[in-house]
Ligand binder design. Structure first.
Ligand code: ATP
Length: 142
């Protein structure tokens, strides 16, 4: 029997990043990791900047999602986020540079440093690097 699916839609101000039927969505909400299967109860939660893992037909795709909200309703998972990229869309060198820049700023602590902003930039870069690494691991496991 075909496995039951649910719709996943990921939207950012820039674009519709993802829209497809999937089996499971694993996110990190502010209260911890959450795996969402079809027919999940309605839910709204804030997401931590991190990876989102998507399972379908036994294989996994990975996204980096920055500053998002998640809603589950009527067998549809909707993620609204400031930025979201599938692992294969991520420019690894750019993410590495962003990580280094943020780390250097946080280490040097110039008096005008916007710490919250620098920390958020670091978290975005780390999520992107993690998404690429996880996607490689899933590909290797296939
Ligand atoms: P950078 O300092 O490299 O611009 P950032 O974290 O400040 O990184 P964001 O403001 O989060 O970037 O994103 C701006 C746009 O660029 C978004 O559309 C986001 O999806 C995209 N983006 C950011 N970093 C990458 C990356 N490493 N690979 C692909 N797209 C990226």
């Amino acid at each position: 029997m075909a496995e039951k699916l649910q719709k996943l839609v990921v939207v950012t101000p820039a674009r519709l990043t993802f829209s497809d039927e999937v089996r499971m969505v694993v996110v990190r909400g502010v209260e911890g990791e959450l795996g969402i299967l079809p027919d999940h109860a309605p839910l709204i939660t804030r997401l931590v900047t991190d990876v989102v893992r998507i399972q379908k037909d036994g294989s996994w795709r990975v996204m980096a999602v920055s500053n998002g909200f998640l809603e589950v309703k009527n067998n549809q998972v909707t993620i609204l986020a400031d930025a979201a990229e599938l692992a294969e869309e991520i420019d690894l060198e750019r993410a590495r540079r962003a990580k280094e820049r943020a780390e250097e700023r946080l280490k040097a602590r110039p008096p005008d440093l916007d710490v919250v902003r620098a920390e958020a930039a670091l978290r975005r870069a780390l999520a992107r690097l993690k998404a690429v690494e996880l996607a490689q691991r899933y590909r290797g496991a296939r």
